[in-house]
Design a protein around this ligand. Structure first.
Ligand code: ADP
Ligand code: MG
Length: 702
């Protein structure tokens, strides 16, 4: 089995070893230079690579290729073309040119552009991203060659998630190299961002899923009350994996391994029916592409097992929702993890400076980081008592905390706390070395040994934007640090001062207490940390002068691109809530109300027939139920009228910002009001009359 898996891994990827095997040595080396050093790609090289790629793909049964890109819809897009060409003699040949590899021309007008389209042409281009390997995918349409690409408008504005990410990786590398030079690292040419995203998801029975319009149209349940058992027994987290789920996981792993995705860890999560998959980390853009593949493959494989995979952040009210933990670090092209504290972190000034740079970056740009985790689904989680609060703070652990305290007090640190030996009290068990710091699950941003873990990211979202923000914010701080250190006479003195000064100014972002507590909200306010409770409140962070300067300086987003993105965010919020509201209205009118009417008629019939059969019999139970159900029925009708009315007033001529605020402040509360009587009815209406599967059916019966 192990041998087979090693044979299987990456079998569908045009990866380094395949390229080495199939490309002339010179061409292979030229391509590696582009991939590793970011050198420009020669068109002759592209021509030969395209041909080799085509031969490889056709040899594996491919008939089509597609430029695969990440428009701002959150999901990936693809348009398939066959390799078929006709010769002058009218013969059919399979061909793929360098031009076709490098450039595609999908019509950009059907993808979100946030106003860019009004000013610019509808034409769009996709450009080959050779830093993320091409791969094959097989489905009912046959085998297709997927080529990861960046997507931009006719005038070069980015219309996707990948372009800014690649730009930010370059910016960060440039600035990190500058700082490393100051520490005498002459051999480092490039610094890579490494990312490992942990993906949470729910699996439910497909037949039950298909009976719920809310799940089909919105990805979450808009109604539903908790079953007698929720997650209070904590028996699901790391619990035994059910047979049906296990067979899903097995197939998922194999499928992902074939695509070169390093699926590594899998376990049950906190909520019933909730699970997690974590890959081994890779460079940020490959991790981003792979995370999209993970999400798409999860859905596809679930289907094969008659399951539905829910990636929504909050599919069920009252049970934990899903997130994505974005593990982030920096590693040099010489293989050094810049956030490895080493044995003596207190003496490792380079580590401490990079560490302080992250603290400063997170403190200065907490608002934009918060935005990078914002989507309508995550509004249900952040700040709830399950997910990190909407306030950004950093957990750094006792070991580093102690070192920073020494630095602040004395200007230097002379000691560090070590992980002790853990005494389990049983001699036959091996002795374990304790980590130098405990974990804190309530922190939105935590230093976990040799990487930072951003835990706010939404489960259904691309990780591209979160990493783009991280990279740019850190690049900017490193650039300031390099500016102030380059050319100083006494480097050791200057760096010590800079370190101390940075920590003093930005230590307010450090917090190791319970992030779920109300006290923290008060404390954070005193510290002046932003608390952006909802997505709509977070969007303005994208277009502040601070954000425009930051992203502009490092060529990650132009001002025009930032404005277009904020428009897209607002409008995607409004559209999401609009679909949810309309789904609630239709479910209420077409399912719940008719079912409850049937139920009340049954009760009324029973009252009448019992009375007739046995005059004077006790009919108080039926009567009380009938009266309660009828009154909740009325409440439901009133609430649905109200929601319809409010929805009809959503103005179409307002700005996207005004519209989004209307949906948040008016439509959303009206949806909540409608949910209340329906969820009450679910508790009293006989199950045989209830028109949809309940939480109990969905969460516990697979
Ligand atoms: P934990 O359980 O503490 O979160 P794991 O070792 O399980 O830690 O790692 C979680 C994720 O972090 C995995 O995807 C892993 O590959 C990733 N990871 C580990 N080291 C790094 C690193 N240096 N850079 C980025 N991601 C990393
Ligand atoms: Mg983790």
């Amino acid at each position: 089995m192990t041998d087979k898996i090693t044979d299987l891994f990456g079998i569908d990827v045009f990866n380094d070893s395949t390229m080495k095997e199939r490309l002339p040595k010179k061409i292979y080396e030229a391509l590696r230079k582009t991939i590793e050093k970011g050198e420009e790609l020669d068109s002759n090289v592209a021509e030969i690579v395209a041909n080799a790629m085509k031969d490889w793909a056709i040899g594996r049964g491919a008939t089509h290729y597609t430029h695969w890109f990440h428009p701002m819809t959150g999901v990936t897009a693809e348009k398939h073309d066959s390799f078929i060409h006709f010769t002058e003699d009218g013969e059919v040949i399979m061909e793929f040119s360098g031009k076709e590899l490098i450039k595609g021309e999908p019509d950009a007008s059907s993808f979100p552009s946030g106003g860019l389209r009004a000013t610019f042409e509808a034409r769009g281009y996709t450009a080959w991203d050779c830093t993320s390997p091409a791969f094959l995918r097989e489905d009912a349409a046959g085998v297709t060659l997927y080529i990861p690409t960046a997507f931009c408008s006719y005038t070069g504005e980015s219309l996707d998630m990948k372009t800014p990410l690649l730009r930010s990786m370059e910016a960060l590398s440039n600035q990190a190299v500058r700082v490393l030079r100051l520490f005498g690292n002459e051999d480092v040419k490039k610094v890579n961002v490494t990312v490992g995203p942990e993906q949470e998801y729910f699996l439910i029975d497909k037949n039950k899923y298909l009976q719920r319009d809310d799940l089909i149209f919105t990805g979450r349940t808009l109604f539903g009350s908790m079953p007698p058992k929720g997650q209070e027994m904590d028996d699901h987290y790391f619990g035994n994996i059910k047979e049906r789920v296990a067979s899903f996981m097995k197939e998922l792993n194999i499928e992902l391994w074939k695509l070169g995705v390093t699926a590594k860890t899998q376990h049950n999560e906190t909520a019933p029916a909730q699970h997690e998959l974590a890959p081994i980390f890779s460079t940020a853009n490959i991790a981003t592409d792979h995370n999209q593949l993970v999400m798409e493959t999860m859905k596809k494989i679930a289907n094969r097992h008659n399951l539905a995979c829910l990636l929504h952040e909050k599919p069920f009210e009252g049970v934990n929702g899903s997130g994505k933990h974005n593990n982030w670090s920096l590693v040099t092209d010489t293989g050094v993890n810049l956030f490895n504290p080493t044995k003596k972190p207190h003496e490792n000034i380079q580590f401490l400076l990079f560490f302080a740079a992250v603290l400063k970056a997170v403190d200065l740009h907490a608002d934009i980081l918060r935005l990078s985790a914002a989507n309508p689904g995550n509004d249900h989680r952040l700040g709830g008592h399950e997910a990190p609060p909407a306030i950004i703070s950093v957990f750094i652990g006792t070991q580093i905390e102690d070192i920073l305290a020494q630095l602040v007090k004395n200007g230097h640190a002379t000691s560090c706390q070590e992980g002790e030996r853990l005494n389990i009290g049983v001699h036959t068990l091996p002795w374990l070395k304790k980590d130098a710091a405990d974990r804190n699950r309530t922190s939105p941003f935590a230093f976990t040994g040799n990487k930072f873990e951003f835990r706010m990211v939404a489960s259904s979202m691309s990780i591209a934007f979160a990493n783009t923000v991280m990279n740019t914010a850190v690049a900017d701080v490193l650039s300031d640090m390099a500016d102030s250190l380059e050319g100083v006479k006494d480097f050791d003195m200057a760096v010590a001062e800079l370190l101390k000064d940075t920590i003093i100014k930005h230590q307010k972002i450090i917090y190791s207490g319970n992030g779920y507590s109300d006290l923290w909200v008060e404390e954070a306010e005193k510290r002046g940390l932003p608390n952006l409770k909802s997505m709509v409140e977070a969007v303005p962070a994208a277009i502040t002068d601070k954000a425009i300067d930051l992203f502009g300086k490092h060529n990650v987003f132009s001002e025009v691109e930032l404005h277009s993105r904020s428009e897209i965010l607002y409008s995607s919020y409004s559209k999401t809530i609009n679909i949810e509201a309309k789904t609630m209205i239709s479910m209420t009118n077409l399912k719940y109300i008719p079912s409850v009417i049937k139920y009340t008629s049954m009760l009324a019939d029973s009252i009448n027939s019992v009375k007739k059969a046995l005059p004077g019999a006790d009919i108080s139970v039926q009567t009380e139920l009938l009266s309660k159900a009828s009154s909740l029925l009325k409440d439901s009708k009133v609430a649905v009228y109200n929601l319809e009315e409010i929805l009809s007033k959503a103005c179409s001529k307002c700005t996207e910002c005004e519209k989004a605020n209307y949906y948040k402040d008016k439509v959303f509360p009206a949806m909540d009001k409608l949910r209340v009587p329906i969820d009450e009815l679910e508790k009293i209406v006989s199950k045989e009359f209830w028109p949809v599967p309940t939480y109990g059916d969905l969460l516990f019966e697979i």
